[in-house]
Design a protein around this ligand. Structure first.
Ligand code: NAP
Length: 302
């Protein structure tokens, strides 16, 4: 019997995957690793967070990252730059942080103001400190199956899937969305787990039909309630990465949660699914980067 068929037999309403609780456990485990680094090696992992401008969502993300870093014992260095900061000024700051010994991870909050070329910024970050995993070298390492730094939201998606199904070998995964930030790295990580992966995007024909083949469905689109219940294979694992704000100011995902819950085996809510995992994985990447830069064994985080 396939994993999906087993799940289908067990239940008629999807089990909610509690990303908040899983992320909390992960942050606690990271805090323990940090304790060991501080006690045994006098090493405090350091994360520099650079924010350009005052985009309200970005301000909240940055403040959450800073708070979570502090709780895990990670030292954070905050750089709040005005929206008029020139590209050269930003690149100079990154070059300075690249050399800073106490900074092991550098995160530049995206999106950047239009006059700044995000690719130029990402390529200036030392790839060893690129805790967002968006430097071309880390993208290449992920593709090649070599150790590197992997983007945080995709790492979080895999941890959520593995919290309910440890062996993904042979499962069919469909990823909707092909961005460098989420869709492509999620697909690579699923491939690494021996899934058969289909990538879908805005030009995909007959998306509902393709989604119905999925044992694992990851939606990373940015279209509220795009994925409906009749797109889902009974028992499937559904991971909703989307963040969409309704007119009433409520945050909802790309998946029609109530409709899809009637068919799926497992489903992540929005909020409280992929979001909290992203921050936890950022802290994990900072610890990994700190260990590598100090020639210490990288702990298995999770
Ligand atoms: P993105 O760069 O805008 O990519 C969206 C992808 O969705 C593109 O590949 C696009 O296809 C595809 N798409 C658009 N409309 C579609 C449709 N109708 N049918 C099928 N595919 C469609 O966005 P992103 O950065 O990947 O983010 C995706 C979502 O995840 C957003 O809501 C974002 O806010 C959220 N997000 C959440 C977290 C978190 O921590 N939870 C982190 C990052 C992002 P084309 O390539 O053909 O245009």
């Amino acid at each position: 019997m396939t994993h999906t068929a087993e799940r289908e037999e067990k239940q008629s309403q999807a089990t909610r995957i509690d990303g908040k609780a899983i992320a909390k456990k992960l942050r606690e485990s990271i805090a323990c690793h940090v304790d060991v680094l501080v006690t045994d090696h006098k090493l405090i992992p350091g994360l520099a967070v650079v924010l350009v401008g005052e985009d309200p969502a970005s301000v909240i993300y940055v403040s959450n990252k800073k708070k979570s870093a502090a709780e895990a014992g990670i030292r954070s260095f905050e750089y709040n730059l005005s929206k008029d900061t020139s590209q050269d000024e930003l690149l100079n700051l990154i070059q300075k942080l690249n050399k800073e010994k106490e900074v092991h991870g550098i995160l530049v909050q995206l999106p950047l103001p239009k006059h700044i070329d995000a690719n130029a910024v990402l390529e200036t970050i030392d790839s060893a400190k690129d805790v967002d995993g968006l430097h071309i070298e880390n993208i290449g390492r992920l593709m090649a199956g070599m150790p590197g730094l992997v983007p945080c939201t995709p790492l979080g998606c895999i941890a959520l899937i593995k919290s309910v199904e440890n062996n993904l070998t042979g499962l069919h995964a469909v990823v909707i969305g092909r961005s460098n930030l989420v869709g492509k790295p999620v697909a690579q990580l699923l491939l690494r787990e021996n899934c058969t992966v289909t990538m879908a995007h805005s030009r995909t024909s007959n998306l509902p039909h393709i989604c119905r083949q999925a044992d694992i469905l990851v939606a990373a689109v940015g279209k509220a309630k795009l994925v409906k219940g009749d797109w889902i294979k009974p028992g499937a694992i559904v991971i909703d990465v989307g963040i969409n704000r309704t007119e009433a100011g409520k945050i909802i995902g790309d998946v029609d949660f109530d409709d899809v819950s009637k068919v799926a085996g497992y489903i992540t809510p929005v909020p409280g699914g992929a979001g909290p995992m992203t921050i936890a994985c950022l802290l994990g990447n900072t610890v990994i980067a700190a260990c590598r830069q100090n020639n210490l064994t990288v702990p298995s985080i999770g």
